[in-house]
Design a binder for this molecule. Structure first.
Ligand code: HEC
Length: 180
């Protein structure tokens, strides 16, 4: 009888241990699923009608802070999504979109020989500064109504800062970054 009791207790302990182990593994599975091994960037091409946001991102970090820790090489990698429509080289041609060398600090919609949309023409006396570019790349269609840039935007704020830092490097004299 006593050994029967003991078996029952031992069985219960074992079962609990297995359950705990199981939960632990299951938990780490969940965790892995949320953290991809290779951090990627979330560029959604041609996703219309969805409000671009920062998803589950916590309280918004100011752009100067994001720019200060931005990674130009990551920005360059993300900007591959733009290269179908934009040339980045000095003196490069307009394609589906205007040439982007030197775009930071340049007047909006001012690249010679490119037929901009009316929405762009309405903005034409403002320069592309960091804030403008951030708002534009977050949600092009919301930022400039009627734009013909068929690109949904970059929802992650750090990815946008990376791309903006890369764009800023495409210049004879890059614009000084804002102080964080
Ligand atoms: C499907 C083609 C396409 C893609 C992809 C695209 N763009 Fe554009 N982009 C355009 C077009 C077209 C315009 C001109 C918009 C207008 O006239 O309304 C434009 C305009 C711009 C401008 C304004 C330039 C100026 O001279 O004022 C910037 C900056 C820009 N794009 C950056 C980007 C970046 C950065 C990416 C990638 C993250 C990107 N674009 C992806 C087509 C594209």
């Amino acid at each position: 009888m006593e050994s029967f009791e003991f078996n029952k207790i031992a069985g219960a302990v074992l079962a609990t241990a297995l359950l705990v182990l199981g939960l632990k593994n299951f938990g780490s599975e969940l965790f892995r699923a949320e953290t991809p091994e290779k951090p990627g960037f979330a560029i959604q091409v041609a996703e219309v009608g969805k409000t671009a946001g920062d998803g589950a991102a916590p309280a918004a970090v100011p752009l100067p802070v994001l720019l200060a820790k931005a990674d130009k090489d990551k920005g360059m990698a993300s900007a591959k999504a733009c290269a179908a429509c934009h040339d980045f080289t000095k003196g490069g041609p307009n394609k589906v979109g205007p040439a982007l060398y030197g775009v930071v600090g340049r007047k909006i919609g001012s690249e010679a020989g490119f037929a901009y949309s009316d929405g762009f023409k309405a903005m034409a006396d403002k320069p592309w500064n960091f804030d403008e570019l951030d708002a534009w790349l977050k949600a092009p269609k919301e930022y400039i109504k009627g734009t013909k840039m068929a690109f949904a935007g970059i929802s992650n704020a750090q990815d946008r800062a990376n791309v903006i830092l890369y764009l800023n490097s495409l210049a004879d004299t890059p614009v000084p970054l804002p102080k964080p």
